[in-house]
Design a protein around this ligand. Sequence first.
Ligand SMILES: [Mg+2]
Length: 381
Amino acid sequence: MNIKSATLFPLSIPLRAPMKMSGETVTHANTLLLRLVDSEGREGWGETSAAPLMTGETLGSVLANTAYLLKAAKEVSWADPCEISNIQSRFLYANNSAKSCLELALLDLFAQANGEPAWSLLRKVHRIESLAAPDSLPVLRMLGGSLETELADARALRDQGYRHWKIKVGVYDLSTDLQRVAAICAALDGDTISADANGAFTLEQAVAFCRSDLASRLSFVEQPIAAGHSIADFASLKAASPLPICLDESIHGIDTIKVCADNGVMDGASLKLIKLGGMLPGMQAAIELEKRGLNLNLACKVAETSLSAAATASIGFAMNGAPWGLSMSNAYLEYDICDAPLAAAEGRFKVEQLNSVGIGVVPNLDLVKKTVSREWNIIEC
Ligand SMILES: [Mg+2]
């Protein structure tokens, strides 16, 4: 398979409401879409997002790196999905976000050429075709705004069937965060509720948070301390915490999973394509977690479009499960890039929505062009 043309669309899409996190308040999705056309005339789409505090990438840097990668990719005859990662690394060191963008578009093309959905291709590549037909995935919703808004949103969404939640903490002082957590847990009793500090707590604050009675109904706490802490600090936290620990910013691939798991400092991890380099490295990471008896959370960056949501969910369907939930962040966008944005039903995402060939989402080119960032231009590679 050869790439005939490649077009990069740097997008800026407003969020329905700003998402306040410990280190930043996100108002727009700064995300990059890639459209490949192969020699057979098939159209494959990829997406990756800027995440300055997680991957170090801005929209400008990921645009430049992906454009650089595409120049080399156009000279390659792509024959085997298993070789995508090795071939990309011949041209560009690190830069998992750019690699993820190209990998998604290539896998979309490979899956279309095979006449199968991307999740089915992922199973084949990892030789797990014998797994049962995929069950629906629990969709996790993030809560934000004032406590009144969080509680009102939670009640409305719970009525729609949602049962998995994430509360962003480290946003206020420790006592206020704990009061919020306790109030939300009381309102959503029996659900799977997590708190994500995005590394904002000191070790002492993290231990105090995890040991507080006010947080005792949480199902897990995500990245309580920053990724730069020593393994000894993470081990101290794990030993002191009665709550399971999920790591996100600390996890950038199989190597970091092995280090954290070997040292017993986590109970599960949050996987994002932008950190791992695409769907196939994402699968490898998910398989490694499962092998070690660790929990899996699948997440898009806040916020990405239906395309990333489909690619991320494909890992969950290929694995047939994501016990700590699937975070599809397209729900937080003011508008999406396709005619029929992906959405959960009864709080779950069903495989039937991704059973067409390829990734399962085909962006509407007119909508894509309307959302191009004012700061950057479309690039034809
Ligand atoms: Mg997180």
